[in-house]
Ligand binder design. Structure first.
Ligand code: PMP
Ligand code: GLU
Length: 397
């Protein structure tokens, strides 16, 4: 057999974020004193009440298949959160639970993309969007943004890229990798454009509860007229420190999308783990105080990381307003030591200074690296010290 792989599998790139996390863990297990700024996951243990709910479910013998789209208990808890937090009314029939928000997104692209359809990604974007679109046979179309405008896209730049093949636009605020939020004015102008051009919006709101500086969140579906056009994606991974339990979900008015994603799931993974669904139901319906506590800790870590980064000459960044990443411009160092792009810079940091971070290239900007502050304060202090030394040494070459 001379051609084993399909073209789409052969062309698919592995997830850069997960690759760095794996490398980080491998080095740690070998005893290397590595600073982990790679992982995009909370370092807190899952709150006890949530773990207990998973255990109780197992003890009750809930080890069978559940409905493909998720247990009624979990879908009710999701619908209630949307309603309580944002006044968004979704019925349980509008919700599909999957194995992580990543899986929800995958199902959505499989459901809406035909070969050649264009899906708009606002750069810098999360690494998996373009790959998932391409895997579904679509064409990811990138709209660039600038740090000078806080990475908020210009409506004209979006409008210019919309053509007859454009089907949907992906939003993600606070953003992975920049941590920036979009203004209400931007969201409203975008809504007008979406209406005019008859587009769908996939709004990845996985970091909605990780918002700093007292900011309040506006889901895209709450912008007047947008609910019928929006597929909202969220999950419990980040908000409740449950990354390994793999529960994410989508909510959509469109029953076509709900049915198609459920069918796709019924022919692939079936329901997500029954135990994890019970834990997620408790996460969403129980007391929400840990969410605030974790958010406050992330905010202090954000403050610390940006304060230290400010003292490193020739690095620049936009202050993140949410999530747990700083997207740092390293372009002043490209060219030195034969470093051509963000991968070379990240490799240099890892090899010489044992600091793991994710190169910006797979996020759509080769002038940046992404640092995650989902780690302890002493690790942040030591890590930025090492980055400072690296930058000073590069400057003096
Ligand atoms: N969207 C964004 C922007 C993310 O950063 C992540 C990272 N985990 C996901 C979706 C997927 O999260 P999960 O599959 O763990 O729910
Ligand atoms: N989303 C996280 C990140 O960007 C976790 C890894 C992943 O799912 O890609 O680092």
């Amino acid at each position: 057999m001379n051609r084993i792989l399909s073209t789409r599998a052969a062309e698919l790139k592995p997830s850069a974020t997960l690759a760095i996390s794996a490398k980080e863990k491998e080095l740690k297990s070998k005893g290397v004193d590595v600073i982990g700024f790679g992982a995009g996951e909370p370092d807190f243990p899952t709150p006890i009440r949530i773990r207990e709910a998973g255990k109780r479910s197992l003890d009750k013998g809930e080890t069978f298949y559940t409905p493909v789209a998720g247990t009624l208990e979990l879908r009710k808890a999701i619908a209630e959160r949307f309603s309580k937090d944002y006044g968004l009314k979704y019925g349980v029939e509008n919700i599909v639970v999957s194995c992580g928000a990543k899986h929800s997104l995958y199902n959505i692209f499989q459901a809406i993309v035909d070969p050649g359809d264009e899906i708009m990604c606002l750069a810098p974007y999360w690494v998996s969007y373009p790959e998932m679109v391409a895997l579904a046979g679509g064409r990811p179309v990138t709209v660039d943004t600038s740090a000078a405008r806080g990475f908020e896209p210009e409506i004209e730049s979006i409008s210019d890229k919309i053509g007859p093949a454009t089907k949907a636009i992906i939003l993600n605020y606070p953003s992975n990798p920049t941590g920036v939020m979009y203004s209400i004015e931007f969201l409203e102008k975008l809504a007008e454009l979406v209406e005019k051009k008859d587009l769908l919006v996939i709004s990845d709101e996985i970091y909605d509860k990780l918002l700093f500086d007292g900011g309040s969140y506006t889901p895209f579906a709450t912008i007047p007229g947008m609910k019928p056009r929006t597929v909202t994606v969220n999950g419990v991974s980040k908000t409740y420190a449950m990354t390994g339990l793999r529960i994410g979900y989508l909510a959509a008015d469109s029953m076509e999308i709900v049915k198609a994603t459920t069918n796709i799931q019924s022919q692939s993974t079936s329901n997500p783990s029954n135990t994890a669904q019970a834990a997620a139901a408790e996460a969403l319906s129980g007391p929400q105080s840990e969410v605030i506590e974790m958010r406050n800790i992330f905010e202090r870590r954000r403050d610390l990381m940006v304060e230290l980064l400010d003292q490193v000459p020739k690095l620049s960044f936009v202050r993140p307003q949410g999530a747990f990443y700083v997207f740092v411009n390293i372009s002043n160092f490209l060219g030195s030591k034969g470093m051509l792009g963000s991968s070379d810079f990240a490799a240099h940091l890892l090899e010489k200074y044992h600091v793991a971070c994710v190169p910006g290239g797979p996020f759509g900007s080769d002038d940046h690296i992404r640092l995650s502050f989902a780690t302890k304060e002493d690790v942040i202090i030591e890590g930025i010290k090492r980055i400072k030394t690296a930058c000073e040494e590069l400057r003096h070459e």
